[in-house]
Design a protein around this ligand. Structure first.
Ligand code: PAF
Length: 282
């Protein structure tokens, strides 16, 4: 695997490969790779000829009180994992390369509507940072296909909308959530849970599954299902940021005519804010 820090260097190599007809696949990450990330690389592998990863902890998507400094950085280990997987290129730019004048850039990318819901309630600036850095990465690496994990379902939806709205010639694929044995969605932030909290955290999945079952069984009082799930989470010591039952495409509150729904939740358990969701078809 070639590890390259300089944008123009990796761009030149990838364009040369594109010109020979190769299809470039990209997985953008912030590193600290776990099985969830690796499954995205595997999914991309069967959809491209040249597999590219990027590792960049993007300061623009962290709020003032968030955990930018504490975000785990494990580059050496990550390189080992990606090499074993057969990844061809890894792009590892520095902050100075991506944001030469700092994160108050002249240009940023803002996706509307979808960004104001769910995580947008408590992280209003977050998705501007994500959309901006992902655009920068797309422009440097010029991928044909990109895989985003559906644990961050809203992010996947926003970036799919951005690609469509801006006519970017890129195919976006959503990768399924990978879970621990107890059901907890894999995340770099799980490192901040104690062993006991890891067990307790598994109830988030169970509560979402119960809510999904109620809907599948024909109970369409979404507000009641939602309030009951929030109560159950609070009883298990979660501090709930949001739990929403929404239309899977618009993220608007679900109504009785909707057939494709998403139950999405963000909640703190101790230090980390955990995300999970479940797609429900009626
Ligand atoms: O999901 C992530 O790890 C990040 O939000 C992303 C897409 C790499 C942008 O920094």
């Amino acid at each position: 695997m070639k590890v390259i820090q300089q944008p123009l260097l990796i761009q030149k190599e990838l364009i040369a490969l594109k010109n020979t007809g190769k299809r470039i696949g990209l997985i953008p990450t912030m590193g600290n790779l776990h099985k969830g990330h690796l499954s995205l690389f595997q999914l991309a592998q069967s959809n491209c000829d040249v597999l590219v990863g990027s590792i960049f902890v993007n300061p623009m998507q962290f709020g003032a009180n968030e955990d930018l400094d504490k975000y785990p950085r494990t580059l050496e280990n990550d390189i080992k994992k990606l090499t074993e997987l057969g990844v061809d290129y890894l792009f590892t730019p520095t902050e100075e390369i991506i944001y030469p004048i700092g994160t108050k850039t002249n240009t940023s990318v803002e996706v509307n509507r979808l960004t104001s819901r769910l995580c947008g309630y408590s992280r209003p600036e977050h998705f501007r940072g994500v959309a901006t850095v992902v655009n920068i990465l797309f422009n440097i690496l010029q991928p044909d296909v990109v895989v985003f994990g559906k644990k961050d379902y809203q992010q996947y939806l926003i970036l799919s909308a951005m690609v469509k709205d801006l006519f970017l010639p890129i195919e976006i694929i959503g990768g399924d959530i990978v879970r621990e044995e107890n059901g907890l969605a894999m995340s770099s932030r799980n490192k901040f849970l104690t062993e006991q909290q890891k067990e307790e955290a598994s109830s988030l999945r169970k509560i979402l599954l119960n809510s999904a079952k109620e809907i599948e069984d024909g109970i369409l009082n979404f507000e009641r299902i939602k309030q009951r799930a929030i109560e159950q989470l609070k009883r298990r010591k979660f501090k709930v940021d949001y739990l929403e039952i929404c239309n899977k495409t618009t993220l608007e509150d679900a109504n009785k005519e909707d057939k494709e729904l998403l139950i999405a939740c963000a909640a703190w358990l101790g230090k980390p804010r955990l995300l999970d969701n479940i797609e429900v078809s009626i």
